[in-house]
Design a protein around this ligand. Sequence first.
Ligand SMILES: Cc1cc2nc3c(=O)[nH]c(=O)nc-3n(C[C@H](O)[C@H](O)[C@H](O)COP(=O)(O)O)c2cc1C
Length: 730
Amino acid sequence: MLYKIWRYSHFYLTVSSSLFLLLAAITGAILAFKPIQEKLQPFYIHQANEVVLSELIDTLSNKYDEVLDLEVDNNYFVKATVFGLEESGQFYINPFDGNKLADIPKPNTFFESITNFHRSLFLKTTGRIFVGITSFLLFLIAITGLLLAIKRQGSFVKFCSKIIKDGSIQYNHVTLGRLLLIPIIIIAFTGTYLSMEKLSLLPNTKVSTITNKTQNNKAIPLSEFAIFKKTSLKDITKLEFPFSTDEEDYFTLSLKDKELKINQKTGFIVQETHYPFVQILSVLSFNLHTGNGSILWSFILLISSLGILYFMYSGAMISYYRLRSKIKNKFTAQQAEYIILIGSENGSTKQLGKVLQQALIQANQKVFLDDLNNYQTYSKIKHLLILTSTYGQGEPPSNANLFLKKLQQTKIVHPFDCHIIGFGSFSYPKFCEFAKEIHRQTLLQPNINIATETPLLIHNQNYIQFKNWVDTWAKSLKLNISIPKELSTKKQKETSFKIIDKTNIKDQYDETFTLTLSQTKRKKFAAGDLLSIIPPDETTERLYSTGKNANGDLLLSIKKHTYGVCSNYLNQLKPNDTLKAIIQKNKDFHLPKKADSVTLIANGTGIAPFLGMIYEKTKAEMTLYWGTRTKISATLYKSLILEAQQKGILQHFDIAFSKEVHPYNYVQDLLVRDENIIVKKLKNGDIFMLCGSIAMRDAVFIQLEKTCIKNHLQPFEVYKNNGQILTDCY
Ligand SMILES: Cc1cc2nc3c(=O)[nH]c(=O)nc-3n(C[C@H](O)[C@H](O)[C@H](O)COP(=O)(O)O)c2cc1C
């Protein structure tokens, strides 16, 4: 409940202040340059930090006929107003010898007008009110954002520790938010304070004045005044000299926190006026808000202002993803035979649920889509499809936290089938834990027929895996539905390929073949990209991982399925035939450019992308572990692998044969044999790339996990999070 309040507050506060916030952030970013530009004056080396006031007074009294005042600005540059034979007027002086350094520059009109706009939008008091409110809203936005980020991460400790990189815009939002939280709170707080001051909303605190009784009447030289001797220039803001020699005319010395009246003959402090706290805070707020006097702080303010602009963009995108996935239903919960229930925090899982809902509606099926939290009794239900992500420490997303309780309490009128699909990320130790928990609990429900022994678990919202599941599920129910080839609405163009080579190999188990394709019109691609092929008279695409030979031709490795439409279609193609297909970029599975060593692990036709990578120009040491069934099947790629070995690109290559009498039946067995090397590679931050079946991936993961534990390495998740483990498995 609280979470919802924070989320809505964060959203509405940002929306309501967005225009002013945008203007304030842009002008704020520009104004952050002002102190930087001021501080970069050519005479910056003459700053007054270490000079004692009495020395400068002495120097100036000797050099000029009359001194009216001295000012030390926030950059510790010293201005003096003097009369003398050579120089008169107000100018910057060298605090060491009193010489004139520069005239006071005219105010920069550009910065002045931007400052006015930033403070009041050129609308005087009304503008100031808007600006003040915006600052306060920014303060609230920062606080609600902090609470949301803590909730997102699971706890305050987790918020402070490493945030798992998942490539999402939320990751950027939270990571940047954590970095800029304190400066933004300071900007917001000081902005609010300054606006309140200008609008006279601060309490009227009294100035405390102490008048001292004269204790000695002895006149002493100026340079002997105790107060001048103990005060350094860096502590003062202004010193006004007495107007006349009349003893009632005093030196007025303004320090950071008080003002002193000093007898011009005796140096005795006649009166001390302590500034009220409100005023000291005003000066502090002003300096913190403007970066006055500090290049470093100005730079932080600049980054923070730009950060606010980025947050507005990333926040808008996050909200867009959430709102885009608002649920609309054509049928009611009691009319529908297909119920899709979603557990989703940021909308991506919901988006997939909607795609499935649309496909079912198009196939004239009665479907109802809802949040998992709204689970109830459905009178016509035949199929329940649960799609859920996992958050926190394997916890439900916020629209699913009541589901398990409701599952226990809700009456089931008649039995129905149920499929559970989990969406999560390998980066988290409890991968898809909530989906697994739902699976465990639904298994205990007598009237729910769980279709599979384990739920389908999908890493990083892999759409292709989801689409494959939908296709298989629809086929099993003889439903004529198909979801789009990809989620993005961008339509890609088909490219023509010419078959230039085809090789088949058959053992007693399988038939596998390779196709070498040249592009009629060369389009850039890299090994690891996907080739989308729609067989003739079909609407459903099939995706194949691509390799690339030394000539830059595209390589496909395909297992022939007896009743497989696409594999049979491709198998009947002959050299010189043409194939139309679309290359889909798969950037997450390209050979990393900077790596000392890359270990490629594949089984079956999963070797395809690696057949390209072993020809790429790379400084990395390359190892390929491949699992296949028989020695005969291994001959298919022999020449390609040999070529890469002869060229010196592929340094190590090893095969595991699952159907031969052989010491190593599976790729994970090779990993056990080479454990010491694997340990070194994991420690060294080297890359591991896996392509092939999900069963192979899971077995390799289990083995690597064991290796980590046995050798006292970091938990395996750490290596996954580092981006050391790349997968493309289906
Ligand atoms: C803070 C946070 C915690 C997460 N915790 C887990 C987790 O414990 N296990 C897991 O498999 N995925 C975890 N994930 C990944 C999400 O489940 C995954 O990104 C999912 O695709 C998000 O789907 P949604 O946008 O529908 O919420 C987490 C993500 C975030 C941002």
